[in-house]
Design a protein around this ligand. Structure first.
Ligand code: UTP
Length: 475
């Protein structure tokens, strides 16, 4: 065995098994393994093992919890004039070039089971446009609308980075200027067994996986994205996930609420569809905004009702945020010990590994733990965080699973319902069923309209309007 200093450090930390097959590796494979090992912060792994694996699982603190306040939509009792002011403020920021789009696309997408970066998955009902194309066209159209092309930051993983970049190049960046689309990789963490020993994926590779969407804050800093934003005069990031084509990538009212309140991190909520819906809950705790996951909120609290009979913990998180650039920097580079950092969470998983002889092992049940950070854990550290209500039908229909809820089929149907709603609201005859689903398959390109206002402006210009028929695509 070599006396390489890194190997000595790992051995001293009780992690010598990482180099168990060293003697079988050729020089190039040894270099690769050393490079992977060098990414690991052994003290951090030891700390996480103590905190998250030792003894009883840490209880989530539910003391002094109450529902978080949020800005209601005008149709649900919110003040229309305040929403109009917010929209005007957001539009001014967009015209001034202060806003960029930010997509987190580093996840592994295991539930969908699709072979390739999730953003390259086709989602639209007629043209079969991919998730990335839908976002690209929304961002392109918003840039045209406000007379300021937007920058777009896309966080990838080690696994999907090259394929993601290649996909954009092959598709001419979907009409966006290549120099305004920025890809960067998120960090990785090693998987460990239940005793905290780092697992190998093969004799020459450590089992590494992306460090969670919360890793985006560090990755924005490390990649130089924040510096680039500062140079370009961008101080506001519109954050969304790669799996949700309905999202309003650029929503002026949301941006405006964030700016007018001097918020460092803002969020959208939807009223939960039913008490036990599997979403995070926006709550308040000792003056801080927190998201409590459904799995941590006791059923009795999930079901609690207020005096009017409505759900008390109503506000569900849909993972859409606006972030202030310098807040991201502060979270990414804490000034010293005791400063704010995102915590890691453990996820027990089946992690393919190797046995003592270096032979592959495919576990049938969870054999170890991955460590992940969640972006919403930054909320308690943000000054003046604001939560606004949005309509699910206009912002949220994710593709998570191959079938059933939150699948390609439900998402296609939700897109069609939105297109039918817009058409009907502006005078078109579109037969729909009781759920609002049109009888024929239709699509509206984001370049025609990426929200109801922009749709209406394009629709008014069509004379005569086209008949609504199977396969209609407004582009
Ligand atoms: P999910 O929680 O749906 O995870 O991610 P996932 O890895 O994509 O999918 P499953 O659980 O394996 O099926 C929500 C969003 O956060 C991003 C994903 O790309 C998606 O946009 N994400 C998640 C990252 O960017 N990095 C991560 O490490 C995890």
């Amino acid at each position: 065995m070599s006396d390489h200093p890194l190997i000595e450090q790992f051995t001293a930390a009780g992690q010598g098994q990482v180099f168990a097959h060293w003697n079988l590796l050729d020089p190039a494979a040894r270099d690769t393994l050393l490079a992977e090992a060098a990414e690991i912060d052994l003290a951090e792994i030891a700390r996480l093992t103590r905190m998250l694996l030792g003894g009883a699982a840490a209880q989530v603190d539910l003391s002094e919890l109450s529902p978080a306040p949020y800005e209601k939509r005008p149709e649900h009792g919110g003040e229309a004039a305040a929403w109009a002011r917010a929209k005007a403020e957001g539009e001014a920021a967009l015209r001034a070039g202060r806003v960029a789009a930010f997509t987190v696309a580093g996840g592994q997408g295991t539930r969908l089971g699709y072979d390739g970066p999730k953003g390259t998955f086709p989602v639209t009902p007629v043209r079969g446009k991919t998730l990335f194309q839908v976002f690209a066209e929304k961002i392109l159209a918003a840039g045209r609308h406000y007379g300021r092309p937007l920058h777009w930051f896309i966080m990838t993983s080690h696994q999907n980075h090259a394929a993601t970049e290649a996909f954009f190049k092959e598709n001419g960046f979907f009409g966006l200027a290549a120099e305004r689309v920025h890809f960067f990789r998120q960090g990785r963490m090693p998987a460990v067994d239940f005793d905290g020993r780092i697992l190998l994926e093969s004799p020459g590779h450590i089992a590494m996986s992306p460090d969670g969407h919360g890793g985006s804050l560090r990755a924005l800093e490390r990649s130089g994205a924040l510096d680039l934003m500062a140079r370009e005069g961008i101080d506001t990031l519109s954050y969304f996930q790669v799996d949700n084509p309905l999202v309003r990538c650029i929503d002026p009212a949301f941006i405006g609420w964030h700016l007018l309140r001097g918020s460092e991190m803002s969020s959208k909520m939807v009223p939960k569809a039913y008490a036990g819906e599997k979403v995070g809950h926006f709550c308040q705790q000792r003056g801080k905004l927190v998201v409590v996951e459904y799995s941590d909120l006791p059923q009795a609290m999930q079901e609690e009702t207020d005096a009017a009979g409505g759900l008390r913990y109503l506000a569900g998180s849909i993972a859409i945020h606006v972030l202030d650039r310098e807040f991201v920097r502060r979270m990414a580079c804490p000034a010293g010990a005791g400063e704010a950092t995102l915590p890691f969470h453990r996820a027990d998983k089946k992690i393919p590994t190797v046995d003592a002889a270096g032979q592959p092992v495919k576990p049938e049940k969870p054999n170890g733990v991955k460590f992940e950070m969640f972006v919403f854990d930054a909320l308690p550290f943000a000054r003046n965080p604001v939560v606004i209500e949005t309509l699910r039908a206009d912002d949220f229909s994710p593709v998570k699973n191959a079938e059933g809820v939150d699948s390609p089929a439900t998402c296609r149907a939700d897109q069609q319902r939105q297109f039918a709603r817009w058409l009907r609201a502006h005078g078109a005859e579109v037969p729909v069923d009781a759920t609002g689903l049109p009888a024929c398959t239709i699509e509206v390109s984001p370049l025609f309209g990426y929200d109801e206002d922009t749709f209406a402006a394009s629709w008014r210009k069509l004379s005569p309007p086209p008949p609504i028929a199977e396969g209609l695509c407004l582009e």
